[in-house]
Ligand binder design. Structure first.
Ligand SMILES: [Zn+2]
Length: 245
């Protein structure tokens, strides 16, 4: 009897030891994102063909898409997850194009960051953010143009629907038309799944972003000064819809 109770006690203690650290680990995983994940350099698990979002964002997106369908809107993703390398290719292509036209490097970079991010700092790296339009509307030329979302434009009804409903599904506009806002221009197409992107932004802003960016090596990055990066963080990364901070 004595031996048996000793064994039972040992098994219990052993279980406690193995179970408790696992619980702590899974809680940690919900909130802690590696710098590689935050900068689009990790191989994260993405869900949904043509959706490519983290699981919770994907599920919420499908619910929102279904609700919009019943109101005659076909929410179509133009862009969702984007890796560091993909963002670097976009940045370099624009940098070459602007400097080839005779722009000075710093002027070219300022022009790029009206709409495009510096690689490693895009919210599209997180698997939480989407650029969306109404797939039912046939549109000529570029679709991600602000005037197309305004009165008389092809996405007017889409934008109205999103204004009224997106928050019910935890999707928020990031780059609003608030006149005092700095950084990226108004993007009526870019939405973020707040339950994931808020903690991710909190973690990202806690990292030493100037040091991280100075370690990178892509065309144009040699012109980044500490002052430029500081302004970029303040205006482009943090001057967003306050509901996402
Ligand atoms: Zn976007």
């Amino acid at each position: 009897m004595q031996r048996r109770s000793f064994l039972e006690k040992s098994i219990f203690t052993g279980l406690a030891l193995t179970v408790l650290p696992n619980v702590a680990l899974s809680q940690k995983r919900d909130w802690e994102y590696s710098i590689l994940e935050l900068m689009g350099k990790a191989d994260i698990e993405l869900f949904g063909k043509g959706i490519n979002l983290r699981e919770a964002a994907h599920n919420a997106f499908l619910k929102m898409k279904k609700a919009a369908y019943s109101d005659g809107i076909d929410i179509k993703i133009v862009s969702s997850y984007r890796s560091f390398d993909r963002q670097a290719a976009i940045f370099e292509r624009k940098y070459i194009s602007y400097t080839d036209k005779g722009m000075e490097p710093l002027a070219a970079i300022d022009k790029i960051i009206e709409y495009s991010t510096i690689p490693g700092t895009s919210r599209h790296h997180w698997g939480t953010d989407i650029d969306i339009i109404d797939g039912y509307r046939k549109v000529d030329g570029d679709v991600l143009v602000p005037s197309k979302f305004e009165a008389g434009g092809p996405f007017e009804d889409f934008k109205k629907w999103m204004d009224e409903n997106s928050k019910k599904f935890d999707f928020y506009l990031v780059y609003t038309d608030e006149p005092k806002r700095k950084g990226f221009k108004y993007e009526p197409w870019h939405y973020s799944y707040a339950p994931l992107s808020i903690p991710m932004l909190t973690e990202f802003r806690g990292k030493n972003i100037p040091i991280l960016l100075k370690e990178e090596d892509f065309l144009g990055s040699e012109h980044f000064t500490t002052g430029f990066i500081r302004d970029y963080i303040r205006n482009n990364i943090l001057d967003i819809n306050p509901e996402l901070l």
